[in-house]
Design a protein around this ligand. Structure first.
Ligand SMILES: Cc1cc2nc3c(=O)[nH]c(=O)nc-3n(C[C@H](O)[C@H](O)[C@H](O)COP(=O)(O)OP(=O)(O)OC[C@H]3O[C@@H](n4cnc5c(N)ncnc54)[C@H](O)[C@@H]3O)c2cc1C
Length: 462
C-alpha cells in the first residue's frame, strides 16, 4: 500500500468536509471550495435580521452519521427536535395529515388512511385491496410509480407518495427509481408478497426506533454544521477557489489546477476526493475516464427555489399552526412544500419571538418554467397559495428567494447500476475517490457517509 500523506478535497459541501474530517491526523488536507463560504446546500442567511437556513434545515436522525458528526464537532448541545406535529399534505381542499406509520407516503393501515381524507373512498378501497393482490418478487429496478401504482392505485401515488418525493428529491414518481429512492420499500418488494402486511410487520418489529424522531435540527440553523466541521477538521480550507482541471502525475499523484480571485493556483497531492455534484465531477474526469464522465453526465438534476418570508406577529392577519405541509403536483399548485420555521424550531421562536418565519419551496424536475419567473413573481405566488392553503396572513415584512440551480440529483431507474459503473470506472484511477449527494443518498446523513467512505478509500489505496 502506498503512503498517502496529502489529499486535496474538491468541494466544500458537507460531503467534502466529512471526508476532510475523516482524514484529520492522517494526511495533510486541503479543501477547495468555489463559493465564498463552505457548506454547499447547508447555508444560513438572514431575513428581517434573523438567521435562518436557506438550504437544508434538518438532519436525518434515524440513521446516525450526521447527528454523530455534529456532536463530534461540538454541536451536540445544539441538536434539537422539531415541534411535534403531523406531516400534512395540502390536497382535496384542505391540509390533511399523512397516516400514522406511513413509509415515504406508502400507507401501512388503510383504516388510518381513511380517516385523513387524503384519498377518495374508492382510493382507500384500492389501497386496502393491495393485501389481496399477488406479487412476484421484484427483480431489477422500476420506477416508483410503476411499482406502487400497480400495488396501491394511482390515487395513492399521486396524493401520498408524490408529495414526499417532491419534498426530498424535487422528483417525480414516474421517473425516480424504486430501488434508489425508496430502498426500504424495494427491499420488501424483493421478497414478494403484498406490501401492507410486510410493512406492518416491519413497523411492529421496529419498536421504539420506529417511533423515534426522524430528523433533528441545529439551534441557530443547520448551516452551522458544515462550518463546525470545517473548523474542527484541521484542513486548509481555500474558499473562492474553483478546481478547473485534474492531471495524473507519475507515481499516481495528482495535480489540480484551480482559479481563485487572485489568479490561477496549482497544487499537487497523493490523492484527490471529488466531493462535487455529478455534473461538476464529470467535467474534471473527462480526460481521465470517458465512461465515468458519460455516466455522471447522465444523472439529471432538478432546480428548486426557496422563498423565505418573515411576518410581524402583531400585524399578520393570521398565523398558521403546525410545521408546514407538502403539496402533490396533481392538484396543479406551484408550491411543493411549506415549512413554518417559527413553529417547527423552538430556537428560532426564542431568537425572534415577535416574528413568524416560514419558507415555501417551488420547483420539481421538469418545472423550469416556474423557476424562470422573477423573484417577485415567486414571492407573490407563494403568498397567494399560502393564503389559499392556510388562511390570509397578510403581507410579509420581508421576503427573499434562494435559488438552487441543479440542486438535487435525480435517482432515475437504474441509478444503482449507474453508480456501480461510475465507481468501477473511477477505480481505474488510483488515489481518486468520489463522494456526494449524487450516489447513495441525497440527505445530509448519506452525504456524510459517502464523504467518510471516500476518505477511507484514498487512505487504503493500493
Ligand atoms: C433546498 C434544499 C433543501 C434541502 N433540505 C434537506 C434537509 O432538510 N435535510 C437533508 O438531509 N437534506 C436536504 N437537502 C439535501 C442536502 O442538503 C444535499 O444533498 C447535501 O447537502 C449535498 O451535499 P454535498 O456536499 O454532496 O454537495 P454540495 O452541498 O452541493 O457541495 C458541493 C460543493 O462543491 C462546490 N463546488 C462545485 N464545483 C466546484 C469546483 N469546480 N471547485 C471547487 N468547489 C466546487 C460547491 O460550491 C459546493 O459547495 C436539501 C437540498 C436542497 C437543495
Amino acid at each position: 500500500m502506498r503512503a498517502v500523506r496529502s489529499v486535496i478535497v474538491i468541494g466544500g459541501g458537507i460531503s467534502g468536509l466529512a471526508a476532510a474530517w475523516q482524514l484529520r491526523g492522517r494526511a495533510d488536507v486541503t479543501v477547495l471550495e468555489s463559493h465564498t463560504k463552505v457548506g454547499g446546500k447547508l447555508r444560513t442567511g438572514t431575513i428581517a435580521g434573523i438567521t435562518v437556513d436557506e438550504g437544508a434545515e434538518s438532519l436525518m436522525a434515524l440513521r446516525p452519521e450526521a447527528v454523530e458528526l455534529a456532536a463530534a464537532v461540538g454541536l451536540g448541545n445544539a441538536l434539537c427536535d422539531p415541534a411535534k406535529a403531523p406531516t400534512t399534505v395540502w390536497t382535496r381542499g384542505a391540509l390533511r395529515p399523512l397516516p400514522a406509520g406511513h413509509v415515504m407516503g406508502v400507507p401501512t393501515d388503510p383504516a388510518a388512511l381513511a380517516g385523513t381524507g387524503l384519498l377518495s373512498p374508492e382510493g382507500v378501497a384500492r389501497v386496502a385491496a393491495e393485501e389481496t393482490l399477488p406479487a412476484e418478487p421484484l427483480t431489477g429496478d422500476c420506477s416508483v410509480a410503476g411499482y406502487l401504482t400497480a400495488r396501491f392505485g394511482r390515487e395513492a401515488v399521486d396524493r401520498l407518495v408524490e408529495p414526499l418525493l417532491g419534498g426530498v428529491y424535487a422528483g417525480r414518481a414516474d421517473s425516480l427509481s424504486l430501488r434508489a429512492a425508496m430502498p426500504r420499500i424495494a427491499a420488501l418488494a424483493e421478497q414478494g408478497g403484498p406490501l401492507l402486511p410486510a410493512l406492518r410487520r416491519t413497523r411492529a418489529a421496529g419498536g421504539p426506533r420506529a417511533a423515534a424522531v426522524a430528523v433533528q435540527g441545529v439551534a441557530g440553523g443547520a448551516g452551522r454544521f458544515p462550518q463546525a466541521v470545517a473548523a474542527a477538521c484541521g484542513a486548509r480550507i481555500l474558499t473562492g477557489t474553483a478546481a478547473r482541471s485534474l492531471h495524473r502525475l507519475p507515481g499516481d499523484r495528482w495535480r489540480v489546477q484551480a482559479m481563485t480571485d487572485d489568479g490561477p493556483l496549482t497544487m499537487e497531492a497523493d490523492a484527490v476526493v471529488l466531493a462535487l455534484p455529478a455534473f461538476a465531477a464529470a467535467e474534471l474526469l473527462r480526460p481521465h475516464s470517458p465512461l465515468a464522465e458519460a455516466e455522471l453526465s447522465g444523472i439529471a438534476h432538478a432546480s428548486t427555489a426557496v422563498v423565505t418570508m418573515a411576518f410581524s406577529r402583531s400585524r399578520a392577519h393570521f398565523l398558521p399552526e403546525g410545521n408546514g405541509f407538502l403539496v402533490p403536483p396533481v392538484d396543479g399548485h406551484t408550491l411543493k412544500a411549506a415549512s413554518f420555521l417559527s413553529n417547527k424550531w423552538a430556537w428560532l421562536h426564542a431568537a425572534a419571538p415577535d416574528t413568524f418565519v416560514l419558507r415555501a419551496s417551488v420547483g420539481r424536475i421538469g418545472e423550469d418554467d416556474v423557476l424562470a419567473r422573477p423573484d417577485r413573481h415567486l414571492v407573490r405566488t407563494a403568498i397567494a397559495e399560502l393564503h389559499h392553503a392556510v388562511g390570509p396572513m397578510g403581507e410579509p415584512l420581508a421576503a427573499r428567494v434562494t435559488r438552487w440551480d441543479r440542486g438535487l440529483p435525480q435517482y432515475g431507474v437504474g441509478h444503482r447500476d449507474r453508480v456501480a459503473r461510475i465507481r468501477e470506472a473511477a477505480s481505474g484511477l488510483p488515489g481518486l475517490a468520489l463522494c456526494g449527494a449524487s450516489y447513495e443518498g441525497v440527505g445530509v446523513a448519506a452525504c456524510v457517509a459517502t464523504g467518510r467512505a471516500a476518505a477511507r478509500q484514498v487512505l487504503l489505496a493500493p
